[in-house]
Design a protein around this ligand. Sequence first.
Ligand code: GLC
Ligand code: GLC
Length: 712
Amino acid sequence: MGYSIIGSTFNKIKAETLYFVPLGENLEIWQMSVTNLSKKLRKLSMFSSIEFCLWDAQDDATNFQRNFSTGQVEIENGVIYHKTEYRERRDHFAYFACSEKLAGYDTQRDVFLGAYRSWNTPLAVERGRSFNSIAHGWAPIGSHHVKLNLKAGETRVVTFVLGYHENPKDKKFDPPDSQIINKRSVRPVIKKYLNPVTVQAAFDSLRSYWEKVLGLYQVQTPDKHTNRMVNIWNAYQCMATFNMSRSASFYESGIGRGLGFRDSNQDLLGFVQMVPERARERILDLASTQLETGGAYHQYQPLTKRGNNDIGGDFNDDPLWLIVGVAAYLKETGDWSILDASVPYDNKSGSEKPLYEHLERSLKYTLDRLGPHKLPLIGRADWNDCLNLNCFSDTPGQSFQTTTNKDGKVAESVFIAGMFVLAAHELADIAERRGLNTDANNYRQAADQMDKTVHTHGWDGEWFIRAYDDFGKKVGSKECEEGKIFIEPQGFCILAGIGLEDGLAQKALDSVNKILATKHGIMLQQPAYSKYYLNLGEISSYPPGYKENAGIFCHNNPWIIISEAMMGNGDRAFDYYLRINPSAREKIGTLHRCEPYVYAQMIAGKDAPTHGEAKNSWLTGTAAWNYFAITQFILGVRPTYKGLMVAPIIPAKWNGFSVSRIFQGVHYTISVKREGKGNTVRLIVDGRAIEGNIIPKPPSGITHVAVQALLS
Ligand code: GLC
Ligand code: GLC
């Protein structure tokens, strides 16, 4: 967690390197230990290497006529300082230090590698000696050469520190009138982390940090894949996606867009319990980019915290996600004060209003934009960024996200209708708990009205319709030639409670099972689009079976998993859960082709030649939703305003499971036992039977609660 160990043994020399970033530092430790497993003295050379990036990844990869002439370094006491552009406007530099006395170093890539060679056979390593090269332009690198004489059985530990450092603008140079980096404030940092005692302490605190974070929800079930993902990897991925969203990262291209408004709100579903203070900050940052109309920029830049003008707004589902994110935060933390936090619109000072009002405007945004059937207008797109009903683009390379050729007064989304119902109920619950009963009633009425509209104009007979296009024609209906049924409205209408009572929900889920479910997960839509449709946009730009064009989008499979759980279908919910569970897919790793512990964005659907192959792991909304589905709906341990709910909907063949959950400072140990085939729960809390399935919050001072849940 937060570290990697890479090792190997060759010719009786064992080498192992631990890599990690200490909490709160801008540096990475590489701690290498080398052991001589042979019976004789061994004389070894060790070479480190790193290629420095020139601060701007995009420019670095494109602007060669500048970049090959700017590289500069300094060497002082064996520490390599990378200072490209420091001579002009930058006040930051990188450094690479080593705990041992050096036999040599290199900082120029072409010298270290040698002509016509690459990173797999550097000349310096092959000849066993550094060149002591100094980078002047070209491509600066850092490489240390350390000589080790190891006796039989001896182990030596060598530490490298790779870091980033900033100086105050007026203290960049030392002496001040020179061009030499002022190293006064960085030297103590380097010294500190070259000390193995400090390294050990930093590593210990990283580990205990993660033990604490992962300790918030631990489960023992009869299924090892559930245990592995819930206890470790799914939670870990929720942290990664919370931190980076779908943004720039070393996992993907290294450069790119800002944080998505809807993406980041959904990430909260899997993150709120981990570091609530950071979740709170994220909510307020997101809300600060909201527009006065209630609309939202589609993305914002995490460093400036400003909405991203290049992409703009008008993705009409966006604002509703703020309600979903805030509700998750409130249920987890009970921190109602966040609703009174004063938050600007579009970061304009003077426009501040309580967060609660932002949520109200989010709902109103939908109601202000209803189409011919009184369903919400879709705008540029809803959750499905690739269903672009107002785009009509016939120009190669044009952005489907930012091109709008229609006035947007016709195309409607049944998905947003479902989301609206869900969000309106959430806001009604929030209003009610704040004593705002009139508000609560209004929101419930608006939800009921929309529910009726979905019944009238959003139902196709066997499933929910997806949308109406710019001609007022149905999308995702039996009337369509291709794309007859979509997953999104089935999932979200049911999550919102539409059709639970009158059989629509069950019918829709049966249709999903019959038409969309494959052994590798549930496809986004069927039949796949076989050609490009001007009126549908990017979705039809993908070959059949990929991405939104009938791929298995792991992000929305959990909507169906939750819906199945809501209908009490534990076997089906869990079956769907396992189909995309990365650990369960390890046994088909050569087909799946993705890390067996990380959710992918997509698994190729049945129309693709590579059906079952996963793509684009780490940064996807999938992590949060799967975590939410398994922990809160299948295992059923769910935060509510009244307390922790225990409502498992598990497979019939499970005898039970146990959960350890820390919720609002109280440690709950919950042991679930199956006594019958059904989902009816009886709770015994600290030895006493209680009514209902919500554990009341214990009196203050009580920090541990033991719960038995009997399922019959
Ligand atoms: C650790 C984790 C990182 C997380 C941070 C939170 O450094 O590796 O993912 O964001 O802690 O403070
Ligand atoms: C990507 C986008 C997300 C969108 C999804 C489906 O993950 O980041 O915003 O909902 O694709 O199109």
